[in-house]
Design a protein around this ligand. Structure first.
Ligand code: ZN
Ligand code: ZN
Length: 72
C-alpha cells in the first residue's frame, strides 16, 4: 500500500506504514498523526485508565481538531 496523502498531493509515492483509524487510508510517517486517547474503564471500586493510540491521516487529524474546538 502507498501513502494516500502523498498520492493525493501529487508527490512521489511512499510506502504506507500506518492505516488511518478514521478513513482507512494508508499513510507514510510524514502524514501520520498520532494522538493518545485515555479510555476510562469503570470497574467497581477500581477505575482503570487505559491509554490507547490512534493513528490518523492529515485530513482526519484536521477534522478531529475542528471537532475538539481547535482551529484547523
Ligand atoms: Zn505521505
Ligand atoms: Zn483519514
Amino acid at each position: 500500500m502507498s501513502c494516500h496523502e502523498c498520492a493525493a498531493s501529487g508527490g512521489a509515492p511512499r510506502p504506507a506504514t500506518a492505516v488511518c483509524s478514521g478513513c482507512g487510508a494508508g499513510t507514510c510517517p510524514e502524514h501520520t498523526h498520532e494522538t493518545v486517547d485515555v479510555v476510562r474503564v469503570s470497574s467497581v471500586g477500581n477505575p482503570v485508565e487505559r491509554r490507547t493510540r490512534r493513528l490518523t491521516c492529515t485530513a482526519c487529524a484536521r477534522a478531529a481538531a475542528v471537532r475538539a474546538g481547535g482551529v484547523a
